[in-house]
Design a protein. Structure first.
Length: 154
C-alpha cells in the first residue's frame, strides 16, 4: 500500500480525507490516480492522518531519518470502535450513526466494526473531546534555502 492509500485509510476513506482537507472527493481521487500529492497539501495530510510527509513526498521532503517520533503526534484515531460507539450512543445501525454524525451512510459502513473510528470533528465532538488549539507555527522552514533556484548565477 502506498502512502496516500495509507492516508486515505487512516482518515476513514476518500470522502473523509477530502472533507478534512477542504477539497472535493474528486481531488483526492485524482491524486490517487496520478500517484502523487501536491507538496502544498502534504503537511495538512500528515497532520490529519499521521502519515509522514517523508512517505507522502520523499522527492520533496527526503527520506524519513530513522524512526524519529514526533514529540506530540496528532490524534488520528479515536480509541473507540464503531461497534462501541454505536453502543455508547444507543444506536442500532450504521445508518443511525451516519445520521447522528451527519456523514454519508456509505462512509460509516466502510469503517471496520472492531477497529478505531477516524478522529473526525463530528466523532470527537460526540465523545466530548475538546478541539486542540492550533499548533504554533515553526519559526522558519528548515528546508528553506537548500535549493538554489537561480540557474543563471555562476
Amino acid at each position: 500500500m502506498d502512502a496516500l492509500d495509507k492516508a486515505v485509510k487512516a482518515a476513514g476513506g476518500v470522502t473523509s480525507l477530502a472533507d478534512s482537507l477542504g477539497v472535493g472527493q474528486n481531488v483526492v481521487s485524482n491524486w490517487r490516480k496520478r500517484g502523487r500529492v501536491p507538496p502544498s497539501r502534504v503537511i495538512k495530510i500528515e497532520g490529519v492522518t499521521g502519515v509522514s510527509r517523508h512517505e507522502l513526498r520523499p522527492d520533496v521532503f527526503g527520506p524519513a531519518a530513522g524512526h524519529a517520533v514526533c514529540p506530540d503526534p496528532p490524534i488520528t484515531q479515536v480509541l473507540i470502535t464503531k461497534r462501541a460507539l454505536r453502543a455508547r450512543l444507543g444506536l442500532a445501525t450504521d445508518a443511525h450513526l451516519a445520521k447522528v454524525l451527519q456523514l454519508p451512510v456509505e462512509q460509516v459502513e466502510a469503517w471496520p466494526e472492531d477497529q478505531s473510528v477516524p478522529a473526525l470533528p463530528q466523532v470527537m465532538k460526540l465523545l466530548g473531546v475538546q478541539e486542540q488549539a492550533p499548533a504554533v507555527a515553526a519559526p522558519e522552514d528548515p528546508d528553506a534555502g537548500r535549493i538554489d533556484l537561480d540557474v543563471h548565477a555562476a
